[in-house]
Each structure stands twice: as C-alpha cells, then as structure tokens.
Design a protein around this ligand. Structure first.
Ligand code: PLP
Length: 400
C-alpha cells in the first residue's frame, strides 16, 4: 500500500471532508470504497461488496483488470495528452480497431463521456441532414448536457434547466403507431436505446426497431442508437444493436469503452464522410492514454470472449431471478447481463438492505432494481447475488 493509504484520516473524517468539499450534486452512500478487483469492491474497513452496479455500467471488464492497468501505466510514461490536431500511433490503431469492432461504420469521433457522445451525435445529425427535429422516446436517458438532456425524458432532470434545446419531441417507446405519426420529412434523427437502462431496463421490441429503421429510411431521417450503457458486451453481443437486423447511422458509446477510464465515442457510417474541420471538437478527445486503455479493453473483450459469456451468464442470472418466489416481484426482464427486477413498490429500502448484505445494485426508475455486474462475474458470485436478493425480497424490509 502507498504511503498515502498509511496516512489516511479515519473514515468518518474522510466522509466529512468529501461532504464539505464536493458539489452536493450526488446522493451519497455512506460507504468509502477504496479498492476493487473483478466483480468485488472493498471499503476502508475491509468489508467486501459484490458490485452489480459496476460504476453505473462502466466496469464490464471488472475492476482494475491487469491488462487495462498495464496499458495505462505504459502509455502514461510515454505520452498522456495530445489533441487530435496531431497524429498519434495509439490513436490511429485504436480508431481502426474501434470502427471495425462492429459492421457498418466508417469513422469515429472520440470524446470523454456518454453525454458528450450523444451531444456530438445530435450535432452531426443536424449538420448532415440539414434538419432540426430530433425524436426521442419517453423514459429515455441520454445524458445531462443541454442537448442530451433535451433528448432525456425524466422531468426531474429536465425541468430545472428549461428552456432546453428547441426541436425535440418524445414518443412512447416501443409504440410503432406513435412513431409513424411523429416522424416526417422534417425529422433530422430518431434517437433510441436498444434497452432503456435508467428508464427501467426495457428491451426494445424487435418489430418496433425494424419499423423505426424503415421509417427513418423512408423519411430521410438518421437513426442514432445510444449504446452508452448497452455497449461492449453488456447485453451478450459486442453492441446490443447486433441482436437485430438493423444498422444505425450513428452509434453512441462510452462507459465501459476504456476499461474504466473516461472516454466516449460516436461511430458514424458513410453518410458522415464529408465533415469539415472545426465544426465539432474536444480538447481531451482521442488522448493517447484513453486510446491505449480503449485498445486494451477491446482486446480483453475479444480474448476473454466477454460478450458471449455475458449472454450465457445473463441467462443463468435471469433464470435464477425469475425462479424467486416473492409477492414483491412484478417482473424480471433484461438482455445479457443487463437485468431489471421490477417490484410492486419503491426499491430504495431494498437497495439499502442489499448494500448492507454486501451487494451493490442500482435503481432504474422508482420500482426497478437494476443489475449491471461486471461481465467477469463468476457463477459462484452470481449465486451469491441471487441468494442475497432472495433473502432481501423475502425478509421483512420496511418499504417506507
Ligand atoms: N446514454 C445512456 C444510455 C446512459 O445510460 C448514460 C448514463 O447513464 C448516458 C447516455 C450519459 O453518460 P455519461 O454519464 O457518461 O455522460
């Protein structure tokens, strides 16, 4: 352990320092996490947690994967920062590998987060189509910068910041008729999640997705697929869109793209081949450190066969959860290792009880427990998660 760790103030003091100096914009869990490995995290008191939140879906490869740590360390002593105005070997090779990691794309814009990737996609869609209207869906979550927030549905996130960007409208998810009514030759783009994550873990209806693609083609609108949460093996394919015979025009990526390091990207198809310099950019975008981590992440996903494993482990988890006999459960649903347990009541007390039992999970809306475990989670660890959930959902947790 480093000398920093030997000289740390006691836990209650650390918590007070963070409370005193952080923005106040986060609802904090009263746990101080200091270390992680695979699907496990440890707090400063040595208590172990099975991490089914994976840093909000970032740690697909598990925490501190040695290949990521090595790539970051090697690149950090070579070159950390370099804007895209200069060429760089790590970036060149990474761009090639990323763009070719799924069919149908020609180029990528590199940025630093999910909301930035959505922001870029919205701008590119307006630029390329020459139109303004963006159609998004109810329950969608696309991020919190002004453009991405305009595509996000939840009024809790939107209202304090209105007026948002003009030209956005929302239609019900998985409702083909509503989309048919809304789309027109004025529409620049339709933006969709293949599985709505934050909105409640709702997988897309395949017929709806095909219709959405047909309608986009018919009206000359672009299809933006937001894979910030569903990407990089999470749903059992490299990208969730690969479960369906549909091609996106723009694919938004972030979260687990670089094994835990901050990074985002937009993949673009041939419709975006004539973008002019200066129309969009990011100082940190495509920095060699993130590119090295991104390259290592793609290699790990391939060599450890993580996407295929997520499909098998996801089915194992879903089957076990579906077998839980609890009057609290309304439905269990998901795709790969992106799983939602919808309760008949609010999930907050159950999430707290799980946390006490050493299992970290996320809410999705008010009534859904969302599980996004690292794809490297073992079967024994999945069994432990299911045991914990079974016990919490059958034990007398107060729901007020
Ligand atoms: N899009 C989706 C589908 C997301 O789930 C998220 C974050 O949860 C975002 C965009 C925004 O990503 P970030 O928090 O990195 O800005």
């Amino acid at each position: 352990m480093s000398s920093l760790h030997n000289t740390l103030p006691p836990p209650e003091e650390l918590q007070a320092i963070e409370d005193r100096y952080s923005s106040g914009l986060y609802a904090k869990h009263p746990i101080i996490i200091e270390r992680g490995s695979g699907a496990r995290l440890w707090d400063v008191n040595g208590k172990q947690y099975l991490d089914c939140s994976a840093g909000h879906g970032v740690a697909n490869l598990g925490h501190t994967h040695p290949a990521i740590a090595k790539a970051i360390a090697e690149q950090a002593s070579r070159l950390i920062t370099l804007p895209e105005t200069f060429y760089n070997p790590q970036r060149a090779l990474y761009l090639q590998k990323l763009v070719n990691s799924t069919p149908g794309f020609e180029r990528a814009f590199l940025c630093n987060s999910g909301t930035e990737s959505v922001e870029a996609a919205l701008k590119l869609a307006r630029l390329t189509s020459g139109r303004q209207e963006i159609i998004a869906t109810m329950r969608a979550f696309h991020g919190r910068t002004m453009g991405a927030l305009s595509a996000t549905w939840n009024k809790k996130y939107r209202q304090p910041f209105e007026p948002l960007v003009a030209g956005f409208k929302h239609v019900p998810y998985n409702d083909g008729q509503a989309l048919e009514k809304a789309i027109s030759s004025e529409t620049a783009a339709l933006i969709l999640e293949v599985v709505q994550g934050e909105g409640g873990v709702y997988p897309v209806d395949p017929a709806y997705l095909s219709l959405a693609k047909d309608l986009c083609e018919q009206f000359g609108a672009l299809l933006i697929i937001d894979e910030v949460q569903t990407g990089f093996g999470r749903t059992g394919k490299m990208f969730a869109i690969e479960h369906y015979p549909v091609q996106a025009d723009l694919l938004c990526l972030a979260k687990s793209i670089a094994g835990g390091l901050a990074m985002g990207a937009v993949l673009m198809n041939a419709k975006f081949s004539n973008l002019s310099p200066g129309l969009h950019a990011s100082t940190f975008g495509g920095n060699p450190l993130a590119c090295a981590a991104g390259m290592a992440a793609l290699e790990v996903i391939e060599t450890e066969n993580l996407a295929a494993l997520a499909a098998v482990k996801g089915k194992y988890l879903l089957d076990k959860l579906s077998a839980i006999q609890s009057p609290l459960i309304r439905e269990v649903r998901g795709l790969g290792l992106m799983v939602g347990i919808e309760l008949k009541q609010k999930v907050t007390p159950y999430l707290r009880a799980l946390e006490n039992a050493g299992i970290l999970a996320l809410p999705a809306g008010l009534t859904v427990i969302r599980l996004l475990p690292p794809l490297v989670i073992t079967y024994a660890e999945i069994d432990q998660v299911v045991e914990g959930i079974t016990s919490v959902l059958s034990g007398g947790v107060s729901s007020d």
